[in-house]
Design a binder for this molecule. Structure first.
Ligand SMILES: C[S@@+](CC[C@H](N)C(=O)[O-])C[C@H]1O[C@@H](n2cnc3c(N)ncnc32)[C@H](O)[C@@H]1O
Length: 300
């Protein structure tokens, strides 16, 4: 469930919706394309509450051992409680200094983690270092800015000026977060090019095929999961990020406190209009998003 009180990283995003991020047959296709069933020693970096770790477990060799590396002790403890220790280990540590010897794993992976790190090249170097020759790096990272341009029944009715203001708000947030050294929310766009700085071979780039359409009467379990999160966010005046971080990023991007207030109100207006539209059964959107799956082989 979305937890707006925990100070641990990404707590607001560990909700039921995460269970609807993938189509099973798409994952099977990815597993076939990258021959995932051949991998036995797996490292999942930034494992959080283990959503991606669990998915990967179902795709790799049946006797594979998965290690989750995570900087937050709260999530390490959570996973140690939830997962069978004969097949999984969870370790506290950072992606910038992976606490393993060179060439330890045949699959190194992460989902929505590189969008939060300060220096992606340093993390890619570490991932490369701990991969065995011939091993696979598998990254699942989004372009949030692309997804933010998808129209809804509400935004499609807005003036160009209003739509530009919303997009500007999202750009300012992304730029401020990046300048604050807290990551690039659309890092997925640039990863294939960055991988070229290492001797990786056969870089392949795909896009997840899932859509999470909002269609009245919103009765799928996926839509119900989003409505639950949306209600909590609107009730708690949570715009998708905490006020302290939003303000920090807006100032870092070169704007002032008034701009932070205006951005916060643009974001909250978007969420509350959506909730009102859902409650009166008028809101709809195909709700497409851009989530890349990128694979690259370490040269043998
Ligand atoms: C958005 S969550 C993704 C969690 C998980 N991979 C998933 O897909 O459900 C990002 C996770 O990465 C962790 N994280 C962020 N930066 C990290 C770093 N530099 N080293 C290790 N973990 C990090 C956060 O604590 C958080 O648990």
């Amino acid at each position: 469930m979305t937890d707006l009180n925990s100070t641990s990283h990404s707590a607001a995003y560990f909700d039921e919706l995460r269970d609807y991020w993938w189509n099973t047959d798409f994952l099977e296709l990815i597993a076939t394309r990258f021959n995932l069933s051949s991998f036995r020693e797996v490292l999942d970096i930034g494992s959080g509450q283990g959503h991606w770790t669990r998915i990967i477990k179902g795709l790799v060799h049946q006797n594979a051992h998965l290690t989750g590396l995570e900087m937050e002790q709260e999530w390490v403890a959570h996973c140690r409680n939830q997962f069978d220790e004969s097949a999984f280990s969870f370790v506290q540590g950072t992606a910038e200094n992976i606490p393993y010897k060179d060439e330890s794993f045949d699959l190194v992976t992460c989902q929505t983690v590189l969008i939060h790190v300060k220096a992606i090249p340093q993390v890619l170097s570490e991932m490369y270092r701990v991969l065995k020759p011939g091993g696979l790096l598998l990254l699942s990272e989004p372009s949030n800015i692309a997804s933010s341009t998808v129209r809804t029944s509400i935004s499609a009715e807005r003036s160009i000026e209003e739509r530009v203001k919303y997009h500007e708000a999202r750009l300012i947030i992304e730029e401020g977060k990046r300048l604050a050294g807290e990551g690039d929310l659309s890092a997925g766009d640039l990863l294939p090019g960055l991988l070229q700085h290492h001797p990786f071979d056969d870089i392949q780039v795909y896009n997840s095929d899932i859509c999470k359409p909002d269609i009245p009467p919103y009765d799928s379990s996926q839509q119900q999961a989003w409505i639950k999160t949306l209600r909590t966010w609107v009730k708690e005046d949570f715009a998708g990020w905490h006020d302290e971080e939003l303000k920090r990023w807006v100032l870092k991007a070169g704007y002032d406190e008034d701009k932070f207030c205006s951005i916060k109100s643009i974001l909250m207006n978007e969420l509350s209009s959506q909730l009102r539209g859902i409650e009166d059964g008028t809101f709809h959107s195909a709700s497409g998003s851009m989530a890349y799956v990128i694979g690259a082989r370490k040269i043998s």
